[in-house]
Design a binder for this molecule. Sequence first.
Ligand SMILES: CC(=O)N[C@H](C=O)[C@@H](O)[C@H](O)[C@H](O)CO
Ligand SMILES: CC(=O)C(=O)O
Length: 306
Amino acid sequence: MMMGNIETFEGIYVAMYSAYDDKGEVDAERVKQLARYYVGKGLRGLYVGGSSGEGMLQTAEERKLVLEAVLEEVRGELKVIVHVGANSTRESVELSRHAELHGADAISAVPAIYYRLSEAAVENHWQQMIDSSRLPFIIYNIPQTTGFQLSPKLVQKLAAQPKVIGVKMSGESTFDLQQYKVAGGDDFLVFNGPDEQFLAGRIMGADGGIGGTYGIMPELFCKLNEWYEANRVAEAQELQYEINAVIKRLLTYPSLYGAAKYMLSLRGVETGEPRLPLLPVREENHASLAALNDHIIALVAQYSAR
Ligand SMILES: CC(=O)N[C@H](C=O)[C@@H](O)[C@H](O)[C@H](O)CO
Ligand SMILES: CC(=O)C(=O)O
């Protein structure tokens, strides 16, 4: 019997950050070190080149380089979902083909973001990617940045194709999340996007999560997921509250990714600064970020023991 989509892909995926050298160029060795950092932490996989990965701020060649480095380092150990969304369908198709050629596990894309597109235009944009590779496709819904409202009807239509296996739901409505789950039908995955409501998303039907803050506390999200699955909901809620206090602090910095990348550097994982227009953290942020980093490390120790 073939494994179903849910069994194959459910779980926790770090939305992986970019890794640049000190001049801001993609650094394959640093990409590999970052990917390696996530092995052995209980994760199902990595989501490469999405919002956290700054795929939208990189050239197609740079995005290919990043994916190839990740796959060389962790293929077989972690599942690799790659975001291939770009402003032109042509570029997305090129990235989809590249992803298949190099052995990624699935592709995923946001709608094109500059033009106000009709539902028909977005559908066609995604369909071209779906048709250009044999890989499973995961819709990336993030209306607060793209302005595109994904209808359950479009989910239902796309999900009728075996290759369309899920949606990454970064919108905040858990009702919409649940409606996508229903629209997708049997064996259709929904991934929770907003890390702050991971537990709520799971309760409303998410099969796992893909998140931008998991990258600095993957162990906590794996534990949260484990406790939800074991029906330890009161403890899961307590942990979600701890996580949310961390996220609330993170969101006070010049950029979330700048703060996260600085904390990784304190753990010996160098990834450079985020690419402009995303702001790096400033010197005056360093001390409080070091304190936040210590706090996360203490939480991981505390919760891993339970
Ligand atoms: C809008 C946005 O970027 N959402 C991300 C992905 O879904 C989340 O992972 C957030 O980064 C996270 O929940 C922090 O607010
Ligand atoms: C946050 C998220 O899921 C992304 O980076 O795409």
